[in-house]
Design a protein around this ligand. Structure first.
Ligand SMILES: Nc1ccccc1-c1cnco1
Length: 248
């Protein structure tokens, strides 16, 4: 998979060299390109924003630099009739579809993703429309809160997607036993010492009885999900209203 990032803060993504993704890059499982949007400005001040039509506070990112940047990364020819545009352009935005583990899994099978990281009050709306003539476009929100720009959201998405690319995580088993991967929150984990500040590791985990351990872990996941994230529970796992009984 190739990932390109366009941003006015390219230095922000230096950290991607050190983490798990650094190893994936060295092993050529992931190719990463970070690009400064100002490379595609032509004025002395390298201007990337201007005042919004219709008035209002803040500034809007100008379409011209973005258009040239995406031309450079996507190619300028519109996708031929019936041909699938290979690249996907992701615009992190609070107005996007929610980023979820399911979406991360979907995006992990893409061959080329371009993250367009906007700042200020956002990017001129025509940029996404123009990009859609030669790539698939997805506006994605990391969550219902306000950030100063798309970089933090893109970083989180790149980590969530990158670790699902085959070969990036050493032991694929570890991808399964995690919150949200199987639709439930993960069970609590413990390691040595057996007793710490008077708190003992649950006996079942020291029993060697793998069936009992798996059952205990599943029950812990269900209980934690019921308590913290009842919205994640499948209907079947919720007790019938008023009866306290489970469906099915
Ligand atoms: N708040 C923002 C401002 C600019 C670009 C993205 C966001 C964002 C993405 N997900 C939540 O917020």
């Amino acid at each position: 998979m190739r990932i390109d990032i366009v941003t006015i803060f390219p230095e922000f993504f230096g950290v991607l060299d050190v983490s798990l993704l650094g190893k994936a890059r060295r092993e050529r499982l992931l190719e990463l390109g970070v690009h400064d949007l100002r490379e595609w400005t032509h004025d002395r001040h390298r201007t990337v924003d201007d005042t919004p039509y219709g008035g209002g506070a803040g500034m809007v990112m100008k379409p011209e630099p973005w258009g040239e940047a995406l031309d450079a990364l996507l190619g300028q020819a519109p996708a031929a009739e019936g041909e699938r545009a290979d690249a996907l352009v992701v615009f992190p935005t609070p107005a996007g579809v929610p980023f979820t583990q399911a979406l991360a899994r979907e995006l992990a099978s893409e061959s080329h993703i371009v993250f367009a990281c906007g700042r200020y009050e956002g990017i001129d709306a025509r940029v996404a429309d123009d990009a859609a003539t030669r790539a698939r476009v997805l506006e994605v929100s990391l969550g219902d809160y306000v950030l100063n720009g798309g970089e933090v959201a893109a970083m989180a998405m790149i980590e969530a997607i990158g670790r699902l690319v085959p070969g990036v995580v050493g032991n694929p088993e570890s991808l399964v036993e995690e919150s949200h991967e199987a639709g439930l929150l993960e069970h609590p984990s413990y390691t040595k010492p057996q007793v710490w500040r008077g708190r003992e590791v649950p006996e079942v985990l020291r029993s060697g009885n793998h069936a009992a351990i798996a059952a205990w872990r599943h029950e812990q996941s269900l209980e934690r999900t019921r308590r913290v994230r009842p919205d994640l529970l499948p209907a079947a796992a919720e007790p019938e209203p008023g009866t306290g009984r489970q469906h099915g």
